[in-house]
Write a protein that binds this ligand. Structure first.
Ligand SMILES: Cc1ncc(COP(=O)(O)OP(=O)(O)O)c(N)n1
Ligand SMILES: Cc1ncsc1CCOP(=O)(O)O
Length: 340
């Protein structure tokens, strides 16, 4: 496939894409993209289905649509490939027509209701402005209950809360989550649960936040239904594009700066954050090492879908949570009024 791409390139086109989706014996669909300088192997899992009629024209149309939106060639091809992979996956069980090949559903983005694919989101993106994420270790260190920490964060001006209780026992966590739901709802602040779909269901939380190695967004959506908020961690444009396809409501992107709160966490910096924001239509909240000293630099990026910052230690590893939240709120308000 590599030499075919190079030979085709010699015939004149600026870019060549060689399709390898149906290579026998491969469990991945590998396409080869050549721009005259570099070969890119674009690989996604092969979707096993007879419904493949129309994939080639849909891929080409999708590339054209991405280019028309202003995308460079390689990202346009990547988005299109991912779209086709998702459409194949969504329509793999459909049984229509006769013969060895059935049509796949290239209109899946329009048939959202049928596929429960992308609902009208219940998330107000402005809720991501000051996103407070709890930490059981920090609460223990300062002798606080989760409920008290959450109350203090809301009193200071937090606009959304996530319970990130990594070492809590299930029964205790559920009881605390139920109390926090009461606090949050009395203030009209959404409450999300980190990782634990079971806890979110049991306390009827507003939604969940999942990471790349947690429950997949699509499965979480199937379990939680269309009315709940689902956030997903993304470090790369590819993950961000997938998040949209999978029906996430927002992206948490980071670590922006080094942090001691999460071990072995890759720092992506402001450049990484920018790449994620630019590659997605979803609202994004930045996370990792953010506090009053650097929140301004993050919001100053002025990216339209960058809606706020998510913070753990700069709020919860402090003597007075509500004071720290207030200070951060002021920094964020100043930064966002400057970029408007
Ligand atoms: C808003 C927000 N963004 C990112 C994360 C990180 O989630 P994850 O990748 O699942 O890592 P853990 O939080 O589970 O350590 C988050 N929690 N919140
Ligand atoms: C959970 C998480 N995900 C990426 S960085 C991070 C930790 C953020 O904590 P802090 O705000 O204390 O740096």
């Amino acid at each position: 496939m590599h030499s075919a791409a190079k030979l085709l390139h010699q015939m004149g086109p600026r870019h060549v894409l060689v399709k390898g989706g149906d290579l026998p014996g491969s469990c991945d669909a590998v396409d080869v993209f050549f721009d005259g300088e570099r070969i890119h192997d674009l690989s996604l899992p092969h979707v096993k289905t007879r419904n493949t009629h129309g994939t080639g024209c849909t891929l080409a149309s999708c590339i054209a649509a991405e280019l028309a939106k202003g995308s460079p060639m390689l990202p346009a091809v990547q988005v299109a490939k991912r779209f086709v992979e998702n459409a194949l996956d969504y329509s793999k069980e459909i049984s229509i027509g006769k013969g060895p090949q059935g049509p796949f559903d290239h209109f899946l983005m329009l048939n959202r209701k049928v596929h429960n694919f992308r609902k009208k989101t219940v998330l107000d993106p402005s809720d991501l402005f000051l996103y407070a994420v709890t930490d059981s270790g920090m609460n223990r260190k300062w002798g606080r209950s989760i409920e008290d920490a959450v109350k203090a964060a809301i009193e200071g001006g937090a606009t959304i809360i996530q319970l990130r209780e990594k070492d809590a026992e299930t029964r205790n966590f559920l009881e605390a989550a139920k109390s926090c739901m009461e606090v949050c709802h009395s203030w009209g602040v959404p409450l999300l649960i980190n990782d634990r779909i079971d806890i979110a269901l049991a306390c009827d939380a507003d939604g969940v936040h999942v990471g790349q190695s947690d429950m997949p967004v699509r499965t979480a959506r199937a379990l939680l239904g269309p009315e709940k908020i689902i956030g997903v961690s993304c470090k790369t444009p590819e993950q961000a594009q997938q998040a949209y396809m999978d029906g996430a409501d927002y992206i948490g992107s980071g670590g922006i700066y080094p942090t001691n709160t999460k071990e072995n966490n890759l720092t992506i910096g402001l450049e990484g954050l920018k790449a994620v924001c630019l590659s997605s239509k979803l609202p994004v909240v930045a996370i990792g090492g953010i506090g009053i000293s650097n929140a301004h630099a993050v919001m100053e990026l002025g990216l339209p879908n960058l809606k706020g910052v998510a913070v753990v230690s700069a709020l919860f590893d402090q003597e007075c949570i509500s004071t720290e939240v207030k200070k951060l709120y002021e920094v964020l308000s100043r930064a966002s009024s400057e970029v408007k």
